[in-house]
Design a protein around this ligand. Sequence first.
Ligand SMILES: [Zn+2]
Ligand SMILES: [Zn+2]
Length: 394
Amino acid sequence: MLRQKLLEGLTTADAEAFAAAHPQPPKLFSHNPTANPKGVTNNCEICTRNSHLQCSLCKRTYYCCEEHQAMDWNSVHRKICPFIQVLRSPSPILSTQEQRAIRAEMVANTKKFVLSVCQEEAQRHLNENNPELAHPSALQALRYAADVYGNTALELVPPYLLLAEANIAAELYDKAQEHLCQAKWILLQHPDADPNLRSQHSRNFGRLCLAQKKYDKALRHFSSDVYFTAQLKGPDHIQTSIGLYLIGIVFIEKADHESAVALFEKVLAVWTPFLQNCLTPVFDGGKVALPSDWDQSIQKIGQQILKKIVQNQKEMHGAVQIAVAQAIFAEGLLNCVIGDWSNAFKLLVQANQMFEVTAGSEHTLTRESHRYLQLAQRMKSASIADDEAELSFE
Ligand SMILES: [Zn+2]
Ligand SMILES: [Zn+2]
């Protein structure tokens, strides 16, 4: 039980509760710097400039201006303020060795928890296309990872990858490169590191090279991503298909459309049966069966991938073709899986009509798409009926 104990009786549920109770950033107090012990300065959490405005709730975090407070608040401080307060308070004088050991363990647990919140928030902001908000939480995660685990620990790699991703999205490529090199340096010292970290590192490096139009380098990094992910998950896994898709994107940039189309077809051949499997229980009134590693990030990447493939297949083949119908069919299935039944219905109607025109009404693809089209229609009406029931209940 000692393992889970945090400082001052705080619990992991307090992060959400605090954020819910404080929707707006609290007032800033003016702190008198002459009250500081000699040599102690207060620096803005965001820009590290010397500053004298403090968060009025924890009184342990400083900002140079309201904008920087708001940025930190929305990034992560609204969840970690009470934890920062206890972590940055002077520790009590403890008389016995045992008391000191218990306290040290609680400090470490609290820091690890803050680290996990910072990482989650950074990832969430990235998923929601807010790289500016992802940056402060990723930086905070890096500080805590270094503090708890030391400067060369593998635990620093995820924060570096988050920082790199935020910087690529903000088009700060030099910064992104710096973070990826630091992550690489750590990975080199840990030959036994999780292949998952290596694949993410290669993927981010590939994305950076792609953004900088260094296509040959991008291809090398994305190929390593595919190699590591295939090792971990198998060649026909949706995670592995992300690297294949990214290689396809590089081929498009290099105007090698044939290679891109071949890769996109392979990506669809992974996603379509995967999504169909997830939906199997729904036909019998059950719930969508998602694998344990399914999360917001993979859902967002899936949406991007399938949308882009539909668009590309249309450009390559013309608007009404079997290849286009297959891509739209997969996009429709993904919408079923994420529960957007009305959008799924629209897409599946399109795919079904296109299969009918291009392959005939007896073709397996036409029949299959019709089966899912009916499912989406049934689920769509059911969810509308639910909404109406709710409304009439009110
Ligand atoms: Zn500042
Ligand atoms: Zn605070």
